[in-house]
Design a protein around this ligand. Sequence first.
Ligand code: ADP
Ligand code: MG
Length: 454
Amino acid sequence: MKNYPYVITVSSEKGGVGKTTLATNLAIFLKALNEHLPVSIFSFDNHFTVDKMFSIKGQKLTGTVAELLMETKGCDLLHTGQFGVSYIPSSTTLPELRGSLKGPMALAKILANSDIPGIIIVDTRPDLDIMTQNALFAADRVLVPIKDMASMDNCRNIFELFEKRGLDRKSLSLIPCLIDERIKFEGLFKDQKTLLKAFAINRGYRCSETFISKSPKVESLNTNPDGKIYPILTHGRGTDVYSQFTALGQTALREYADTKEPRALLFDNWQKEEDKRKKEAYFGRLTGLKSECMICGKELKQDSQVAYYCESSDGAAQGFIESDCFTGFLISAIFRIERELASDDPTRLMINQTARESVFVLNPAEGGSPASIDFHRFNLSGAELLKKQYPLAREPERDGFTGIVQGTLAGYEGQLRDAFLMVHPVDGDNPASILVDESYRELNKLKKTIAAQL
Ligand SMILES: Nc1ncnc2c1ncn2[C@@H]1O[C@H](COP(=O)(O)OP(=O)(O)O)[C@@H](O)[C@H]1O
Ligand SMILES: [Mg+2]
């Protein structure tokens, strides 16, 4: 059975609010509270705190979060770390990867396929860049530390992002952090945490019951002559923060236990449905194909030199065209060259070459009597390069258009349908690849671009 991780992301656009302290120590407390539960962590930041805290001396490192984002399987990147927490080493090259991430759902997909068990904690950079967005969208629970009004104002952007993407804002919870309990106010809101909580709730944000105090002890765990980062679990016993992390850990474990289907599992199911749908759509397109060449009408065989895909804009006719047939059509019907051109004739070779780099469109010209065909050539990005009108001959076999036009655009009682025909080059070794999901989507985009110009 595949494993699907439960993902907790710690995020805030503000730095210095205690994200990394929260992420790393929560991982350690979770493991301490339930030693059988696999807990792992990685960070999108480049300060290597995760590595400093969890790596084991002399450990050989293989792979980092950069490889994770490049779709190396997550469970293969986990390193056994200190305190029983597994970690994926951090990377300094993440900014270079931003461009290659396929949108904000990439990490959700990667984690759905990661086979990482238990809980995984993701620490983020103090901004809402594409990496953080990915960490937010992959999360079952997002923890947003706030320490003052400024950091609360900042989290509005996270909420707006959730709103915009239709994500459940109930998965977001604010945690008042670095709370100085010596500060007391007069009146209703007697201290910092009560004030922050009231403001949060007033704005419709969910706020954690537990808050984290500002503690000189915790601060000293980061700054010491050993240059190490010590965990609260082992070095902060007896402090308020110790009990607060215990409470946070217990809440997280409860929520984890209550989540029967983590997002990774839901995403995987959705992905399987999508794959099935794409496959069915592809086979649907394959069965709709004509089995003959769209120009000469001869049955296409395994060894036919197929070179073009041809589709009518109304979807009624779809099929392939043999290389020689289409070049022959261009030579006789378009260039009006009467004599036979040998296969190595330079004119023929040039016409053939041009055709491989073009998209052709034929459509019945409006009005005109006798009926005419508008012939257009576009480049592969859909920019029009040429347009010319060709009258159709009274005896159809004489104009060279009959095969291609009658076979595809024939309508009611000898009329042509109000549609256009698009001819696009394909890979001769695997012509049907143009009908596969992404290529076909591209082709449709091109078709739209072209239709807008007709
Ligand atoms: N509960 C706490 N009490 C005192 N200092 C803290 C506490 N939590 C974090 N700090 C200190 O605050 C600073 C910022 O914390 P950090 O976790 O790195 O925040 P972020 O990841 O949001 O930038 C660090 O120096 C850290 O040691
Ligand atoms: Mg940090």
